[in-house]
Design a protein around this ligand. Structure first.
Ligand SMILES: *Cc1c(COP(=O)(O)O)cnc(C)c1O
Length: 246
């Protein structure tokens, strides 16, 4: 039996609510809502829910772990989904990403770029990538240090398996909107600097369920939304970002 979106009635209303909130944030910021897309983040949610989201017209989904992409890609093979890797990627796990992901937003270090390039060559694939930059001073957060971005972008020019489309970041976990916004502003400035040096970075993936209006105000072209679409997750966030807390 095919799962219908009516089996998850909240999905359609969550989706239209978040789209309206994103549109409102765009207008507030004086931006055209058409400039900002939403990447649904389906981590921890199973194939049935994702299939229902596909029935609503969604076809790109962000996942934080390679294992989850692998587990879901099979059962959903008929859905034509573009899987987007947004979580920390270990160098020894690039094989499945090279095979299954249409895009990687968490490219954050030279060793990873090299490993992924090799795997993509084997697969004969070319994918879009975003460089994840560490924009907060929190000790353990993943992401390339901003000062290393120019060299990293120059290095990526040598890899014809990856099209560098822009930058991605996670803002600081803070209740102070100014601190959060400073992270997003830094990402926008880094893109401007890179483009002034001859790169062509169009996209800024920044903002999540709790902070997307600030990201949109600073120029996000894409917000990554999990909770506000799929509901709260069964695991705490330190399951995904083990190094942040503890
Ligand atoms: C989980 C996750 C999101 C979405 O977070 P929500 O707060 O549920 O919207 C965005 N980006 C990354 C990298 C994530 O891991």
């Amino acid at each position: 039996m095919t799962q219908a979106s009516s089996d998850f009635p909240y999905l359609a209303s969550h989706w239209s609510t978040i789209r309206q909130r994103v549109d409102a944030a765009c207008r507030e910021a004086g931006r055209d809502p058409a400039e900002v897309s939403i990447l649904p983040v389906s981590k921890t949610f199973g194939p049935e829910v994702i299939r229902a989201a596909v029935a609503l017209g969604l076809h790109r989904f962000g996942e934080n772990k390679v294992q989850e992409i692998r587990d879901k890609a099979g059962p959903l093979a008929d859905c034509g989904i573009d899987w987007v890797m947004i979580g920390h990627l270990q160098t020894n796990k690039t094989k499945d990403v090279a095979r299954l992901a249409s895009e990687v937003q968490s490219l954050d270090r030279p060793e990873l770029a090299e490993a992924l390039h090799r795997r993509l060559q084997i697969e004969g694939r070319v994918i879009d990538v975003l460089v994840q930059v560490k924009t907060s001073r929190e000790e353990s957060k993943y992401g390339l240090p901003p000062e290393q971005l120019p060299d990293f972008l120059d290095m990526l020019r040598g890899y014809d398996t990856m099209r560098v489309r822009g930058l991605m970041t996670l803002a600081i976990h803070s209740s102070d909107p100014q601190e959060v916004r400073a992270c997003f502003r830094l990402l926008r400035e880094l893109r401007a600097q890179a483009n002034a040096q001859g790169h062509d970075l169009k996209r800024l993936s920044m903002g999540m369920s709790g902070d997307f209006p600030l990201a949109i105000a600073e120029g996000a072209t894409e917000v990554r939304i999990g909770t506000a679409i799929f509901g709260s997750r069964p695991y705490p966030d330190d399951y995904y970002w083990p190094e942040i807390t503890k």
